[in-house]
Design a protein around this ligand. Structure first.
Ligand SMILES: *Cc1c(COP(=O)(O)O)cnc(C)c1O
Length: 426
């Protein structure tokens, strides 16, 4: 048992229950993953005690010689992994990485001399964008004059000509590409051409697909974007946090806007864990892992299609799919709650041009990074598609739902996770 269970059983109980939940449930949330034991160890380390405002070699505190070592390793590995000129590994999250990126390029210190807010173009949230891509209640929607592009109503994919036309009309100073719920590969070269045509900066937020990009399975934004932002905890399978990659010319401004611009002291324990995760991602096994994520996503999408679900954009090239539930006459909200009862964890999601409000939604977003980390394969994806369909078909029969939950437990126990943590109590 860990020390915490003797000292603070209330918190220890919740930690244990959460470990058990992660281990026994089928985790299909596309933005989640399971980190390795070394990543977990670095993250739970004594580096949390250290204040280190500034950057390696230029800190505002003494005693930084060892956090300098890990931060430099993290930076160097990030640059190697993505073939980037420069990296900043301090953003606490993807949202803060985006905030720093926008400010670094659009220079708010100069705004008082301008009569209007800068125009920024980003993907509509209900079409797969992120809050930080200009939602009115997010800082991005407050500080910038946001214009949104959408997917094409027919193909449910980007129509780059249409996006170019819109860019010509609204003349953005910055275009943000990237998504939280776009199942197809996007073309960063085309986004660069659009940005160049209208003289805008290009920021690519690769939060979801960073692992696929690192493994060379998805085209990389690094050669095209002025600044690339990411999270480190999704397909990349690192600790919860953010990352910025950029060219030499933007590095000073990016660094200045991460610290002291939007953050204070960096989370050096998380940065150490980022270093470990980037080291794992540089190994050949990581490429195989990412390939398997995509193989599993395709298998799950096909099996669900056979069960009568409709895949938005006709399927997936990535780690995730958007499932249109309307053929099954159930809302995203209801499906999410039902599946949770059976131990299948998903999130409701709007589909493009969704008739329902976001809190209800007509779709589910499903992803395979977590299940692939557990070493599940296409055969399990087929079983899971059947279980999902059975839950939805038998929505009014709690006994059947209980039986399915039993099957979920059997399936997950064949692919054990964090066994040593469960054995010692959390
Ligand atoms: C997850 C995500 C983020 C933000 O991540 P947080 O770490 O939760 O702030 C930003 N952009 C996109 C596209 C994302 O999917």
């Amino acid at each position: 048992m860990g020390i915490i269970s003797k000292i603070d059983p209330e918190v220890a109980d919740a930690l244990y229950s959460e470990t058990k939940r992660q281990s026994e449930n089928l985790e299909l949330i596309a933005s989640e993953n399971f980190v390795s034991q070394p990543v977990l160890e670095a993250m739970g380390s004594i580096m949390t005690n250290k204040y280190a405002e500034g950057y390696p070699g230029r800190r505002y505190y003494g005693g930084c010689q060892f956090v300098d070592v890990t931060e430099k390793i993290a930076r160097d590995r990030a640059k190697e992994l993505f073939n980037a000129e420069r990296a900043n590994v301090q953003p606490h999250s993807g949202s803060q990485a985006n905030m720093a990126a926008y400010f670094a390029l659009l220079k708010p210190e100069e705004w008082p001399e301008q009569s209007k807010k800068p125009v920024v173009m980003g993907l509509d949230l209900s079409h797969g964008g992120h809050l930080t891509h200009g939602h009115p209640i997010n800082f991005s929607g407050v500080f910038f004059n946001m214009v949104h592009y959408t997917v094409d109503p027919e193909t449910e994919q980007f129509d780059y000509k249409q996006i170019l036309e819109q860019a010509k009309q609204c003349q953005p100073q910055l275009i943000i590409a990237g998504a939280s719920a776009y199942p197809r590969e996007m073309d960063f070269m085309k986004f660069k051409e659009i940005a160049d045509e209208v003289g805008a900066f290009l920021v690519v937020d690769m939060a979801h697909i960073a692992g696929l990009v690192a493994a060379g399975i998805h085209n990389s934004p690094v050669p095209y974007a002025d600044v690339v932002t990411s999270t480190t905890h999704k397909t990349l399978r690192g600790p919860r946090g953010g990352l910025i990659l950029c060219t030499k010319d933007h590095y000073k401004s990016v660094n200045r806007w991460v610290f002291p611009g939007v953050q204070g002291g960096p989370l050096e324990h998380v940065i150490a864990a980022k270093a470990v995760a980037f080291g794992e991602a540089l190994k050949p096994e990581f490429k195989t892992y990412q390939e398997n994520i995509v193989i599993n996503a395709k298998a799950l999408a096909e099996a669900l299609t056979e069960q009568g679900f409709r895949m938005v954009a006709g399927g997936t090239d990535t780690h995730l799919m958007l499932v249109d539930l309307r053929p099954k006459n159930i809302t995203g909200k209801d499906a999410e709650e039902l599946l949770d009862k059976a131990g299948i964890t998903v999130n409701k999601n709007t589909i493009p041009f969704d008739p329902e409000k976001p809190f209800i939604a007509s779709g589910l977003r499903l992803g395979t990074p977590s299940l692939t980390t557990r070493k599940m394969g296409p055969a399990e994806m087929k079983t899971i598609a059947r279980l999902i369909d059975e839950v939805i078909t038998h929505r009014d029969d709690p006994q059947i739902i209980d039986k399915i939950q039993q099957q979920v437990k059997e399936l997950t126990s064949a692919f054990p996770l964090y066994l040593n943590l469960l054995e010692r109590g959390y």
